[in-house]
Design a protein. Structure first.
Length: 90
C-alpha cells in the first residue's frame, strides 16, 4: 500500500447546537501512514449545512481545530476504526 494513500479514518458525529438533534453534524479525519491528510467537518443547522476542510500534517493543522476534529484525528491515529485488510486470493 502506498504510504501517501488514505489508511486511517476517524469519524465523530455530534450536535453543535441546542435547537437541532440527531447528531447530524460530523467531523472526519482521513490520514495516510505519516498522519498527513485532512479533516472534513459538516455543521448542520436549521438554516442549512456548512462544510469545512483543514489540511493535516503530522496529526496537526496550521488552522485551529475544533474538539470534534481533534477527536476524529485521535480516533484515526489510534486505529479505532481500522480493520484488518481482507486477504485476497492469488
Amino acid at each position: 500500500m502506498a504510504l501517501n494513500s488514505i489508511q486511517k479514518v476517524g469519524v465523530i458525529r455530534f450536535n453543535p447546537f441546542s435547537d437541532t438533534g440527531g447528531d447530524q453534524s460530523f467531523s472526519i479525519a482521513c490520514l495516510d501512514a505519516q498522519d498527513n491528510g485532512f479533516t472534513l467537518t459538516s455543521l448542520f443547522t436549521r438554516e442549512g449545512t456548512r462544510i469545512y476542510t483543514k489540511p493535516i500534517a503530522n496529526s496537526e493543522s496550521k488552522y485551529p481545530l475544533t474538539e470534534e476534529e481533534k477527536r476524529a484525528i485521535s480516533e484515526a491515529t489510534n486505529g479505532k476504526m481500522a480493520k484488518k485488510p481482507r486477504k485476497t486470493k492469488t
